[in-house]
Design a protein around this ligand. Structure first.
Ligand SMILES: *Cc1c(COP(=O)(O)O)cnc(C)c1O
Length: 410
């Protein structure tokens, strides 16, 4: 958070200027922050063969994907469409891991034809895969360790009721299928859910993976998924990446010695790489004093950033136009006709109508989860990288809202 406050003090005016140039609402991503996060990860795991597979569902803009590629990342894709977006951004098929859940087998077939790496998270799919491809196409399996992790119940994936992964208790069945179809398992994958507070959870999961790996002699990588927590507000715990890097790397190297082969260690972070780089910049249309609060009504809402309403997530909000005035308590709300709150009871430097607010941590699951509800256009996206400002998506127009509608004579 200190980092964020320093950043806003330094760059707040620049962000405000972008609003004059491109209008509001506006998504701005700072590529230097993405690079900082990427390097934080690689430098913390410098003693292992680390591969980062950016989970592109967090932010799929081609500009962001190209930057990831430039930094050396691969991709984790959850749909064939995401695979296609990755290819269009210049990634080669081998750099992409396809991790779908509950998709038709045809989609897996397409992925095999394209040549991306395949991750399977269901026993019936594994059987089908074995029947069709035998030992010709290797695959990775997604395991569910049943370890409770993550602070947000919407995005936990490792618990007993989760639809994700093959239960660690079904390994006997998995082994039976693999043996009968000669399936080559090239990787083990686990994604215990987002926002793991405690790196000891990672280490517990790691021990479980190392133990499981002994039954799979042809592994090339172990994929620990994501779950890194980032700070949304003052005092938020974050995953201590350096500490985790030290501990996990050591255990991983010890494991590889015992396994008899140097494997790759994979992560597939989304939020960790792109959450903090993003700001949704909005203009205050109205200040409304009611009997219970002061509302600041802005020219955006849950159609552009759904996380506060959907996950009850906290996004820091700062007044860029009047940053150093006396603070007051506000409820910042959007213009959608629907409960539409971006921040409750926020202490923000005095807001006047016309001021520009920055909604922070908007780089992940912001634009990628946005929609056109209330027939509002989606905002443009800007990427700043090494002091250069790039428009990476234009503002939508009324034509975009009509694009696929078919005219009808009645
Ligand atoms: C969404 C997802 C991620 C990324 O999660 P973050 O919390 O954004 O880091 C990684 N792996 C898989 C399989 C996912 O579905």
């Amino acid at each position: 958070m200190e980092e964020l406050n320093d950043y806003l003090a330094k760059k707040g005016k620049k962000l405000e200027t972008l609003c004059e140039q491109f209008g509001t609402p506006l998504y701005v991503y700072d590529g230097d922050i993405i690079e900082r996060q990427y390097k934080k990860l690689t430098s913390s795991f410098s003693s292992v063969s680390l591969k980062i597979k950016y989970a592109l569902k967090a932010n799929t803009n081609q500009g962001i994907l190209k930057l990831m590629r430039k930094l050396g990342s691969g991709l984790d894709a959850v749909s064939i469409e995401e695979v296609q977006l990755g290819l269009l951004a210049g990634f080669s098929p081998e750099e992409i891991l396809f991790t779908p859940n509950g998709v038709a087998f045809d989609e897996l077939k397409k992925a095999v034809e394209i040549g991306v790496k395949i991750n399977i998270d269901n026993i019936s799919v594994l059987e089908h895969f074995g029947h069709d491809y035998g030992d010709k196409v290797p695959c990775c399996i997604r395991l569910n360790p049943h370890i409770m992790a993550g602070g947000n119940t919407h995005i936990q994936t490792g618990h007993i009721d989760s639809k994700f992964g093959i239960s660690i208790y079904q390994l006997r069945h998995v082994e039976r299928i693999i043996k009968n179809y000669n399936i080559r398992i090239n990787g083990l994958h686990i994604h215990t859910g987002s926002e793991i507070l405690d790196s000891s959870v990672f280490l517990r999961v790691a021990d479980l993976m190392f133990e499981t790996a002994q039954s799979f002699p042809e592994l090339e990588f172990i994929d620990f998924g994501s779950g890194f927590k980032v700070a949304y507000k003052d005092g938020d715990a974050v995953t201590d990446i350096e500490e985790l890097g030290k501990e996990l790397s050591q255990r991983f190297n010890d494991f590889c010695k015992g396994y008899g082969k140097k494997l790759e260690l994979w992560f597939e972070p989304g939020k960790f790489l792109v959450s903090e780089c993003g700001f949704l910049l909005v203009k205050v249309n109205v200040i409304k004093q009611t009997l219970s609060t002061v509302f600041a009504g802005v020219d955006s809402g849950q159609n552009h950033l759904i996380r506060p309403m959907f996950y009850d997530s906290h996004h820091h909000i700062a007044n860029l136009s009047n940053p150093n005035d006396k603070p007051r308590i506000y409820s910042v709300v959007g213009y959608i006709c629907e409960t539409d709150t971006l921040g409750w009871d926020r202490k923000i430097s005095e807001i006047r109508e016309g001021d520009i607010l920055a909604i922070c941590n908007a780089g992940a699951y912001g634009f990628s989860m946005s929609n056109n509800y209330n027939s509002r256009m989606r905002p443009p996206e800007i990427l700043i990288y090494k002091d250069k400002v790039h428009l990476i998506r234009k503002r939508e127009t009324i034509e975009d809202l009509l694009r696929n509608q078919v005219e009808v004579e009645l």
